[in-house]
Design a protein around this ligand. Structure first.
Ligand SMILES: NC(=O)c1ccc[n+]([C@@H]2O[C@H](COP(=O)([O-])OP(=O)(O)OC[C@H]3O[C@@H](n4cnc5c(N)ncnc54)[C@H](OP(=O)(O)O)[C@@H]3O)[C@@H](O)[C@H]2O)c1
Length: 318
């Protein structure tokens, strides 16, 4: 009787859990010793059935730009974990070694239900973007989701001291790159019924909503992303193409290392006394947005860590 109660409690506990992985690791010792383990096993198999989100994502082909690091890398893993049985992931960035490493980690973690394709792609190069879709293997050409994540910030200079090459790289990556990728993939979506279907998920930033000093160009690029995203959603209103924007606040990635031209010491100082978001926090929101029912559009989200209320409004413990 005592065991049975323990079993019921565990089943109730199980129902509260969302992660199959944590369910299994908690219950394996219990099921080995408990006579009512078959009841628990039944509960486990319930939890291991695909969630509604996993079912919606199954069979999809997803392109992620900037998958070699940070938010893009986490997003690839989160998609793979959410729909591990049947998914195709096209992992793109300039650093192919990091992408190959990511593809290997995904295979080790979820097995061969997730097919990965690594593509070296510099989104700031219009020719490379133009050739991207036509050069995909046929089985990867039916793209369902584009995550326009590749982006960067360079420097903290103020006008008139901003280096022209920094202005160019931020605009050609964050704005022109994102627009060119969108234009490259949209025709794939528009061939489908109902005016087309598919998801464009643009990674904007709090910087696109509230510009701050020493970040004027980056802020301008993210404001451009917001304008483009909102206009696009209106242009495609008669279709089933969902236009989604995700705006993170402070996330600890390689972002600040890139801003300070590789100076890790300066990058670390950005997060001193704060608890920034992790790239996984943003990845979960991206996958959630892609995993909604077709008629649900998570048009816009702003995600802060709890210490942040604007780019400059930050509580620090030191
Ligand atoms: N971290 C934050 O606090 C924060 C806040 C708001 C928004 N965001 C946005 O989130 C997105 C991801 O940034 P992150 O924080 O994850 O930074 P990250 O760790 O530096 O990752 C940036 C990714 O973009 C890729 N990338 C840069 N230039 C590229 C190019 N020309 N072509 C293709 N890929 C390129 C990088 O890959 P390669 O170098 O291998 O090409 C890398 O994979 C960016 O759009 C950023 O603006 C970040």
């Amino acid at each position: 009787m005592k065991h049975f109660r323990a079993g019921c409690n565990s089943i109730r506990f199980l129902r509260r859990l969302t992660s199959t992985e944590s369910t299994l690791s908690i219950l394996t010792p219990f099921t080995q010793t408990n006579p009512f383990s078959c009841t628990v096993q039944a509960a486990i198999s319930k939890r291991t059935m695909a969630t509604a989100m996993a079912k919606r994502l199954e069979g999809k082909t997803i392109v992620i730009t900037g998958a070699s690091s940070g938010i893009g890398r986490s997003t690839a893993k989160e998609f793979a974990r959410t729909a591990p049985k049947d998914l195709k992931l096209i992992l793109t960035a300039r650093r192919v070694d990091s992408l190959n490493q990511l593809a290997q980690e995904i295979e080790e973690e979820v097995g061969d239900g997730v097919k990965t394709l690594v593509v070296k792609l510099d989104v700031s190069n219009p020719e490379e973007v133009k050739n991207f879709v036509p050069s995909l293997p046929v089985e990867f050409q039916e793209i369902d989701v584009l995550v326009n994540n590749a982006g960067l910030v360079k420097g903290v200079a103020k006008a008139p001291e901003i280096a022209p090459e920094d202005i160019d790289v931020m605009f050609s990556t964050n704005v022109t790159g994102l627009i060119n990728m969108t234009q490259a993939v949209l025709p794939v979506f528009q061939k489908r019924s109902d005016g087309g279907r598919g998801d464009i998920i643009n990674i904007g930033s709090i910087a696109g909503r509230e510009p701050y000093p020493s970040g004027s160009i980056y802020c301008a690029t993210k404001a451009a992303v917001k304008s483009f995203t909102e206009a696009l959603r209106k242009e495609l209103i008669a279709s089933r193409i969902r236009i989604i924007e995700i705006d993170p606040g402070q996330v600890e990635t390689e972002f600040s290392v890139v801003r300070f031209y590789g100076d890790k010491h300066k990058a670390d100082a950005v997060y001193a006394g704060c608890e920034p978001l992790t790239p996984d926090d943003i990845a979960e929101v991206i996958v959630f947005a892609a995993g909604r029912r077709e008629n649900v559009v998570i048009a816009d989200t702003l995600i802060f860590p709890s210490h942040q209320a604007s780019p400059g409004h930050m509580h620090r413990s030191n």
